[in-house]
Design a protein around this ligand. Sequence first.
Ligand code: AMP
Length: 440
Amino acid sequence: MRVLVVGGGAREHAICKAVCNSDGELYSFMKNLNPGIKRLAKDYFIHNETDADKVLEYALKKKIELAIIGPEAPEEAGVTNLLEENGIKVASPSKEAAEIETSKEFMRNLMEKYRIKGSVKCKAFSNVELAKEFIEMLDGEVAVKPIGLTGGKGVKVAGDHFNSIEEAAAYAKEVIEKGIGGHHKVLIEEKVVGEEFTLQAFCDGKTIYPMPAVQDHKRLLPGDKGPNTGGMGSYSHKSGILPFMNPDDYEEAATILQKIIEALRKENRQYKGVIYGQFMLTSDGVKVIEINARFGDPEAMNVLPLLKTNFIDICMAMVEGNLSSKKISFDSKSTVCKYVVPEGYGMKPIAGKEIFVDEKGIKKAGGLLFYASVNEKNGKIYTTTSRSLAIVGIADEIEDAEKICEESLKYVKGDVFIRHDIGKKELIEKRIKHMEILRS
Ligand code: AMP
């Protein structure tokens, strides 16, 4: 089957590998030249991924039978809609269904309208004074969020990024006045405390099939300090849940995703594709932090290499609405993924620096390599301002997967930064303890 993957990051590299492992003929549409995807693809086109007309033109020219959209921005730009209007099957949500991610206000309103458990106190404002009053009502214990897309970097949280009602209100004002995230509006949410986890699920509009849970690390620096980033790395456990969770927590999160899908269907926004729930496990159960309309990046790299079922078959089942008849299974292994990012990432990233990747060494060490936002020129690899590449270790235990990941990372050199604490025993034990304290 001729399959088009839109996007050129590490998540898309993982999707492309899954397509090729399922005997698909791969075509790629990406804004940067990802060296990993370039090697896998029968053909590729370098262009802005949100240019729906150009994606369609390319897809028609290459007689694409199935398209998969990796990032959220092309979904918001209506790429799915345009391809479908022209008879091309797409295993990703329409612009309307993807609003579950592209508008945080829509997501919260939907959860409220359909009384879906797991939401938090929240309200959207376009008036600075009213936003401040709400922040005061919540004693400044809030998360301040742009309504639209900011690449995971626009959210600021009390205690982490500001320490007073005044500072929270000042950021809310900035979001409203500058229109951060594309709207002159801000969402103020009650701050919830706990351990975060991601649950991704395949979805055909009616049924979901949840994948193994993953924990991402959004903060830039070791010990969960520094600004929020696109994600610095992640891990998963062979049991399918995480060491600080129990099976009921997983079920609770899966039920929330199922109810969101049902609500979207009732709103005539039938959802097909991968849905992603970012949850906080609190003393009061599972809370929704955000919903995304795609695979997570890095979380795709934890789950896709474990997938035992033919990925294209799953995509077709999502498109055709018969996911419930599919048998899907994952290898019972633990994974650790660490991102290599350019020096200064999250603050003042240095682009255009050469990085040296010894692919043979990585392979020998047992790691999987996923290229992200790098550019290849004359056989050399250069950083951009975004994350450069990710390495994944896979083993029975998290500890061993982490060691494989670290051993492989020795074969990447340059002016780069890595959060080495991800997947380490100390950090995982800290998370287990944190949850024990919260539940006691
Ligand atoms: P988001 O882009 O909505 O996923 O938010 C980025 C990060 O901010 C999340 O991964 C959380 O760590 C944190 N965050 C977002 N919303 C809340 C909230 N209501 N309470 C506590 N932390 C939050």
